[in-house]
Design a protein around this ligand. Structure first.
Ligand code: SF4
Length: 183
């Protein structure tokens, strides 16, 4: 898998991705292995740029660090290993209030396969739409409830309450986390 990833990056570089003056972006994403928070994004990006260039001649634009969210498969692993409370404690004690201003749900939405609207892709995975909330865990049932993308106008979204849960501490802990890395 490691070698395949390296080969893919070399191929993308050959096509111009990540190279200066091509306008083709190549961004990498770093998820921590294990149950810790990501390291500082800028210094990790610096290290990756140095090492990938030295070892393989690979160049790229940005490296985004993303916190592992305590949902779905990762949550199951935490429960299996008896680490869920410890991990949640880490996220909550690293909560940084200023990150709340820039979490991605304040400026983006996520759209389901049938047009349901969610505050973010994590809420989408948790089947927590803006409307049509239900206890059902059936994705098909959730997708058929509530207004769809084409039923909303942008003004409806302004000032409305965001659907939150304990997983949101994954976005606000430490340096913060979003689809473009730290906040
Ligand atoms: S997980 Fe919570 S804080 Fe993060 S983007 Fe989604 S709704 Fe916002």
């Amino acid at each position: 898998m490691y070698q395949e990833s390296v080969d893919a990056l070399i191929l993308l570089n050959k096509l111009g991705y990540g190279k200066p003056d091509t306008g083709l972006q190549l961004n990498l994403v770093f998820n921590p292995v294990g149950y810790g928070l990501p390291p500082q994004q800028e210094s990790l990006e610096h290290d990756y740029k140095k090492e990938l260039a030295k070892r393989f001649g690979i160049v790229f634009n940005r490296l985004f660090t993303i916190t592992n969210m305590p949902i779905k498969r990762f949550e199951h692993a935490l429960i299996r290993d008896g680490e869920l409370d410890i991990y949640m404690g880490k996220l909550m004690s690293a909560h940084y209030g200023e990150n709340v201003e820039s979490v991605m749900c304040k400026s983006l939405v996520s759209i389901g396969w049938q047009g349901s609207v969610y505050d973010c892709d994590f809420n989408q995975m948790l089947l927590m739409p803006l409307e049509g909330k239900t206890e059902s865990r059936d994705e098909h049932e959730v997708e058929f409830r509530g207004r769809k993308l084409w039923d909303w106008v942008p003004a409806d979204l302004v000032g409305r309450e965001i659907q939150t849960g304990r997983h949101c501490f994954g976005c606000t802990a430490g340096a913060g986390s979003s689809c473009t890395g730290s906040l």
